[in-house]
Design a protein. Structure first.
Length: 446
């Protein structure tokens, strides 16, 4: 393993957080939480075989949350000096004393806090010389240009390597932390023919650089995606099935997570209010959360409040079995936290037996969506309307690329009419899903 280049050890971060907690209690906080973190990395981008940017980052932060009774205050600083720490605590206390009391405010309950550390293999620092990073980015972009003379331009190829670690503690006695890393390789290119241009991209992200796809493979795939979109055209307005390719299916899964997350539920800003234990998706759908996957994109053995994370079934045979709740939203709803402060952890939509070509054959006729645009989602009503691009399918085969269409429906109906989930699983951020086939939507074109 490459050597980490942090300026502070994990023990030093714990000491800084502990000092902040002690000062907060001394100055009158009835409860408090502190997180000290540090990170470093670099990003290199090339465009048309020339170096576009070289960026280095080194960051640190101390964030302090205090409670004075049921009043909450929060402040942060990028200075670890004792004077800055004390000033940050004082700022948080001042805010708390001028904040309205909230009966649901407070730390996570002590019995919910994580107590058994887990080794999840999340830290793989990448000692990447900038000269080598430039070579990787150039080879990635060059693979796209080699494909076809119709690849005429580029938005760039980038290589990013990031490492960070943190210590989180609170006045219940919790104090834990660990290092993590994330490395990304991306490419975006433009294809042109007969005066028309199309753009597409691809990226891969992993905890370890050894798990990244080859740069040439990333550039080649980005180029093929751009070329395939040439000669795109509009289609007449029609009611037809829509197949969300895995990257756009991840976006659809994210919308579902938002609809069953605590903040939207207690604010009554979700169309899935009071849906626990009811059929909200097709009986074909199973969604699980696996926070402890080794090298997982969103793995952690505790959430942003220190609450222990656990494997759970979120949806079983289309029935919703669990929300996504932090301590505050759980109290607002009269429920228990699900260890979801800060978001979900490795949410997996389990796939069926068909790959993407198999799903296309199953759909027969309809739209394969490879890109979504705009933000036409109303979580209160479930109304869904977004710009889209992709490919028209007829007779179980792709016939031509499609652009400038809008797909519309209601999320409640869309979720229940999922006809298949592909086995072409793709992990993007905290979610993993294959392509999703929805039986019928309005596709608005000419």
């Amino acid at each position: 393993m490459a050597r980490a280049r942090f300026s502070h050890s994990i023990d030093a971060l714990k000491a800084i957080a502990s000092d902040a907690l002690a000062h907060a209690r001394q100055r009158g906080a009835s409860a408090c939480e502190a997180e000290a973190s540090e990170g470093y990395g670099q990003n290199v981008t090339v465009r048309k075989n020339e170096v576009e940017t070289i960026e280095y980052n080194r960051d640190k932060s101390l964030a302090v949350t205090v409670y004075v009774g049921k009043r909450k205050g929060h402040a942060s600083t990028a200075d670890f000096a004792p004077r800055a720490m004390r000033d940050t605590v004082e700022a948080a206390l001042t805010i708390a004393r001028f904040t309205a009391a909230d009966d649901c405010a407070g730390l996570a309950d002590p019995e919910e806090l994580a107590s058994e550390p887990k080794e999840l293999d999340l830290f793989h620092p990448w000692e990447l010389p900038v000269e080598r990073a430039i070579e990787i980015a150039k080879s990635c972009e060059a693979a796209a240009f080699r494909l076809d003379k119709r690849i005429t331009n580029s938005e760039g190829a980038s290589v990013s390597c990031q490492q960070w670690h943190f210590a989180l503690g609170n006045s219940h006695g919790f104090m834990q932390g660990f290092p993590t890393s994330r490395h990304v390789l991306s490419c975006a290119v433009i294809a042109a023919e007969d005066g028309r241009m199309q753009r597409d991209d691809w990226y891969v992200s992993q905890r370890s650089a050894q798990d990244l796809a080859q740069p040439e493979a990333v550039g080649d795939y980005a180029g093929r995606r751009a070329l395939a979109r040439l000669a795109s055209r509009k289609i007449p307005t029609v009611q037809a099935p829509v197949l969300f390719e895995a990257p756009t299916a991840s976006d659809l899964l994210g919308t579902f997570v938002s609809a069953v997350s605590g903040g939207n539920l207690y604010r009554k800003a979700s169309f899935l209010l009071d849906s626990l234990g009811t059929q909200v998706l097709s009986p074909l759908v199973n969604i699980v959360e696996r926070p402890h996957l080794r090298r997982g994109h969103a793995s952690s053995w505790f959430d942003n409040e220190g609450v222990a994370t656990r494997d759970r079934e979120v949806v079983k045979d289309g029935v919703l079995r669990g929300y996504f709740l932090g301590s505050y939203s759980a109290r607002k709803l009269g429920m228990k936290t699900t260890g979801s402060a800060g978001g979900n952890h490795n949410l997996i939509l389990e796939g069926g037996g068909l790959d993407l070509p198999g799903l296309i054959r199953t759909m027969g006729r309809g739209l394969l969506v490879t890109e979504l645009m705009g933000f036409g989602i109303n979580l209160v009503t479930g109304d869904y309307s977004r710009g889209a691009a992709g490919y028209w399918v007829e007779g179980g085969e792709i016939r031509h690329p499609v652009e400038e269409v809008t797909i519309a429906g209601n999320l409640r109906d869309m979720f229940r009419s999922i006809a298949a989930v592909g086995n072409d699983a793709l992990s993007r951020g905290s979610r993993t899903t294959g392509s999703i086939l929805v039986e019928g939507m309005t596709i608005a074109g000419n």
